[in-house]
Every structure is written in structure tokens, then in C-alpha cells.
Design a protein around this ligand. Structure first.
Ligand SMILES: Cc1cc2nc3c(=O)[nH]c(=O)nc-3n(C[C@H](O)[C@H](O)[C@H](O)COP(=O)(O)OP(=O)(O)OC[C@H]3O[C@@H](n4cnc5c(N)ncnc54)[C@H](O)[C@@H]3O)c2cc1C
Length: 475
């Protein structure tokens, strides 16, 4: 099987607008696509059922799309370091293609595989597909990486973006003889999530796969984008794209999204309309900012960026942590958000900020506990964005305003004024007066009769304690 290219899908579970796959299939080269169920990832302590089941759904659709183009997606179970070099050798593969990733584990793994393939004289071709700009393309005047979002955005948005790329005209599979040859390397049929030990019955706010991502993008641009900036902070409103998991698993490409925003800008006359589109572009840039940060500062994955947070005297009370995880803190907006996370594997961005601030500043618990819990629960859980979001909330990260403390009551008053979101996720208190529900000032006797907890901490006291601890470490 000479002159065949292997394409290794990782965080790019799509055939449309896939840079690496496009180049692998150029000049009508034969391309065989593979995906590895990597135990280093699936057996990690930061993995969860929602995300694994979502990924399996995406792989199912990808496999169907391969068949639609005359090919077959090969699924292997095992470490890519063990599988890919041997597979490439057995199939006499000419080149192995993949799209790059910023995560420290992925980079180390890829380097090992490149060395093993080079030793066999097999060429490796890699591409930055999940970013609009390679990390080193967006640097300060001093040629250093950005550590503050504002100037990053200004530079990033001014750079010319690549257009979407065409999808391959056809794809390939293996003959029966070849399948026999490589089965021992871990070739399997696509398992269900439960076969891998991950049961998830919660459904998903966005269905897995390319088709659902494209349909949601169309709906979002046609119906929601024109009021994105107004609506994006209200968790009871369907006001955001819900495309985070599609970006995480690469069922849609950032190029496709960007091109769509450019078209929308061209068709918009009003300043207000333009502001809404730019507000969404800025969110896409936050995603890239955090990926660039992780690329240049891989140590972010281990702990705080800011020096004085490295040995912060967190209280780390396990009982309080459990109450936070279960949505039983007695702060309605926090509890509603945690219940949404536990039941759907997703949480609105405003609420992610509120619960993260509450865990770190009110419960004085190490942000890494929350970061890990989010990764175990979120179906869009992504190391760069999650770590970035947690470090931003804890004030330990790349953020020029060091002590941002959210008041849960005023956040709820502002962003869930009618208590719609709170009522949706906390049915036990849904009949209470809206004012009490939103401010969390629920009489103990009422809380007791609803089976709802009284607040486990006092916000004002905890705020003072946190500030004092912060002053101590800073001093
Ligand atoms: C503590 C915390 C943890 C988070 N963990 C994750 C995570 O694991 N995975 C994840 O994708 N996002 C994470 N975010 C960012 C953000 O909450 C989600 O991307 C967003 O809620 C997804 O909803 P959406 O797709 O409707 O977003 P939209 O508002 O439609 O935004 C469009 C896209 O921009 C990106 N984006 C938006 N806001 C951010 C942001 N603040 N940081 C990085 N990217 C952003 C996402 O890819 C998103 O899909 C986290 C934020 C916080 C505060």
C-alpha cells in the first residue's frame, strides 16, 4: 500500500475545513484516517462521562462522514506512541499528518511519535488548525508572548485570517488483508461510552458532530448574534452560541466561524449590530489567548502564574467543597449553576465566573479543586480555557486586576433579576418571593420548609478574610 498518507484525528473530529486533512489528501493522495482512544487521557483523573460520551458521538458522525466519502475511520485503543509508528510501518505509509495541540501532554507525546517515525524515515506533516494564528505569530513588540488579553486582542484582530479550506473529495480505508495485519495494534469497532466505563444520560445542549455545529452556527448568526452583547450575560436567555464543545472537539473550525463573522460584519449597517459581532469575535479571541498562554507557559497547567498565589494559605474545607459541588451552599445563584453543571455537563459563562469566584474567595478553597471538578463534569472541558478561566477568577493568572470578588447576590440581581434561572435549577425554592430568591435572603424557617440549606458562609466575612490572607501573602 505505497504512497498512502495517514491522518491522525485528535481535536479535529471533522472532515470539512480541516487543514491537516486537506493537505494529507492533496493531489488526490490516498488518505487513511485514524483516531486513538488514549488510556493516558481516558484514565486521567480529570475526565468525565459527559465529555467522553460527547466525543464518542462526534466520532460516530465522523465515521459516517468517512463512509460517505468512500473511506473508513480506523479506531484504535491504546497509546498513540505505541500504535502510530508501528501502524505506519506496517502499512508502508509515506507521510503521517496531524493538527497540532498546545497541551503539554500532547506536545510531549507528539515529540516522541515524531522521533519514532523519523527513525523509520516516515515524514510527519503538522498544522495549526485549531487556532486562527500560530502562537508565535502574535507577539508583543519585544517579541515576547502576551500575558494581558487587551493588547493581545488588538494585535490578534489586526492580523489577516486564513480562509476555510475545502474538504477532501474522497477518503480511503484498508483492505481485509491490511486490517488483519494491524488488528493486533488495538484496532476496534467504535465503542459506546458505557463500554469504556462512562455512563451519561444527561443529553447535550449542542448535539455532537459537524452537522449540529454548523446548524447551531447558522441559527446563532441568524437569530442571536444581533443581540449577543446584551444577552450573553443572562443565564436564563438562549443568547450565546453554545459552540464551546464543537470548538473543543473540532467539529467546527475557527476559520469557518471567523469567516461567518466577517460576512455578518459586511452585511451589518448599524454600530450596534457591529458591536454585537465584535463582542463575539472577542470571545473567540479569549479562547485563542488562553491557548497561546498555555503554549508559552505550560507550567500554568500545574499552578498559579502569579508568584504570591503559589503558596496561598487556602483553607480547603472538604465539607464546604462538597456543598459547592452538590449545589448546596445556600447561595441560590451558585447552587443553580452547580446543579446545571451536574445535570447537563455545561454551565453558562456568567455562572462559571460566579461559582469560581465563590469557591476561591468565599470558601477560600484552592482554585485547582474547582478546575479539576469542572474538567470532570464539563462536556466542553478544555485545559487551556478552563485553566485560564479558573486562574482569572482566582486572580492567580494573567489578569491585570488582581482582586476581583463577585458578590453572588448582586450578580443574581443583575443577571437573573426575575430568578428564572434560579427557579429552573432549584425547583424546591421556586415558589419563594423573587426578591428573596435572587438576593439569597431566605428566612431560615422558609429554607427549612423547602429543604434548602441556609448559607454555609457569610459573604462579607469571607471577603474580609480573603483580603487579609491576600495582604499577608503579598506583604
Ligand atoms: C471558571 C471557568 C471555566 C471555564 N472552562 C471552560 C472550558 O473548560 N472549556 C471552554 O470551552 N470554555 C470554558 N470557559 C469559558 C466559557 O465559559 C465558555 O467557553 C462558554 O461559556 C461557552 O459557551 P458558548 O459556546 O455559548 O460561548 P460564546 O459566548 O458563544 O463564545 C464563543 C466561543 O468563544 C470561546 N469563549 C467564550 N468565552 C471564553 C472564555 N472566557 N475563555 C475562553 N474561551 C471563551 C468559546 O470557545 C465559545 O464557544 C470557562 C470559563 C470560566 C470562567
Amino acid at each position: 500500500m505505497k504512497k498512502v498518507n495517514l491522518f491522525w484525528h485528535r481535536k479535529d473530529l471533522r472532515i470539512s475545513d480541516n487543514l491537516g486533512l486537506k493537505y494529507a489528501s492533496e493531489k488526490n493522495s490516498k488518505v487513511v484516517g485514524i483516531f486513538c482512544l488514549d488510556p493516558n487521557i481516558l484514565e486521567g483523573d480529570d475526565i468525565g462521562s459527559a465529555r467522553v460520551n460527547y466525543m464518542i458521538g462526534c466520532l460516530q458522525e465522523l465515521a459516517n462522514n468517512y463512509q460517505g466519502l468512500g473511506g473508513e475511520l480506523l479506531i484504535f485503543q491504546g497509546k498513540p506512541q505505541d500504535i502510530i509508528p508501528k501502524l505506519a510501518k506496517k502499512l508502508e505509509i509515506e507521510r503521517v499528518y496531524w493538527n497540532l495541540d498546545v497541551e503539554p501532554y500532547a506536545r510531549k507525546r507528539d515529540e516522541e511519535i515524531i522521533n519514532l517515525l523519523s527513525a523509520e524515515n516516515i515524514e510527519v506533516c503538522t498544522f495549526w488548525d485549531q487556532l486562527l494564528h500560530e502562537p508565535w505569530a502574535v507577539l508583543t513588540k519585544a517579541e515576547t508572548p502576551y500575558t494581558v488579553y487587551g493588547p493581545f486582542w488588538r494585535n490578534w484582530v489586526s492580523l489577516e485570517k486564513k480562509d476555510p479550506v475545502s474538504k477532501p473529495e474522497r477518503l480511503w480505508g484498508l483492505s481485509e488483508g491490511e486490517i488483519e495485519m494491524v488488528t493486533s495494534l488495538g484496532l476496534i469497532s467504535l465503542p459506546k461510552g458505557k463500554d469504556l466505563g462512562f455512563v451519561w444520560e444527561g443529553g447535550f445542549v449542542l448535539s455532537p458532530g459537524e452537522k449540529a455545529a454548523r446548524e447551531r452556527l447558522d441559527y446563532f448568526c441568524d437569530s442571536l448574534l444581533s443581540s449577543y452583547d446584551e444577552n450573553r450575560n443572562f443565564p436564563a436567555v438562549d443568547g450565546t452560541s453554545l459552540l464551546s464543545a464543537a470548538l473543543k472537539f473540532g467539529t467546527i473550525a475557527p476559520r469557518t466561524l471567523w469567516q461567518r463573522t466577517v460576512e455578518e460584519l459586511e452585511n451589518t449597517q448599524s454600530d450596534e449590530g457591529r458591536n454585537n459581532i465584535i463582542a463575539w469575535q472577542k470571545e473567540l479571541a479569549w479562547r485563542e489567548f488562553y491557548q497561546h498562554c498555555l503554549y508559552f507557559f505550560p507550567e500554568l497547567a500545574q499552578g498559579a502564574y502569579r508568584e504570591h498565589f503559589k503558596n496561598f494559605p487556602w483553607e480547603n474545607d472538604e465539607v464546604k467543597f462538597k456543598a459547592w459541588c452538590e449545589g448546596k451552599t445556600g447561595y441560590p445563584i451558585v447552587d443553580a449553576a452547580m446543579r446545571q453543571l451536574n445535570e447537563t455537563g455545561w454551565m453558562h459563562n456568567r455562572c462559571r465566573m460566579i461559582v469560581a469566584s465563590f469557591l476561591t474567595k468565599d470558601l477560600i478553597i484552592d482554585w485547582r479543586w474547582g478546575e479539576k471538578y469542572f474538567m470532570q463534569k464539563l462536556y466542553d472541558g478544555d485545559l487551556a480555557s478552563n485553566n485560564g478561566g479558573w486562574q482569572w477568577s482566582a486572580s492567580s493568572g494573567m489578569d491585570p486586576k488582581p482582586l476581583r470578588i463577585f458578590n453572588p447576590a448582586s450578580q443574581a440581581q443583575k443577571f437573573d433579576p426575575e430568578g428564572e434561572y434560579i427557579r429552573q435549577w432549584l425547583p424546591e425554592i421556586s415558589s419563594l418571593d423573587t426578591g428573596d430568591l435572587v438576593t439569597g435572603k431566605i428566612l431560615p424557617i422558609e429554607a427549612q420548609s423547602c429543604g434548602y440549606p441556609t448559607p454555609i458562609v457569610d459573604h462579607k466575612t469571607q471577603q474580609r478574610t480573603f483580603k487579609a490572607l491576600y495582604a499577608q501573602v503579598k506583604g
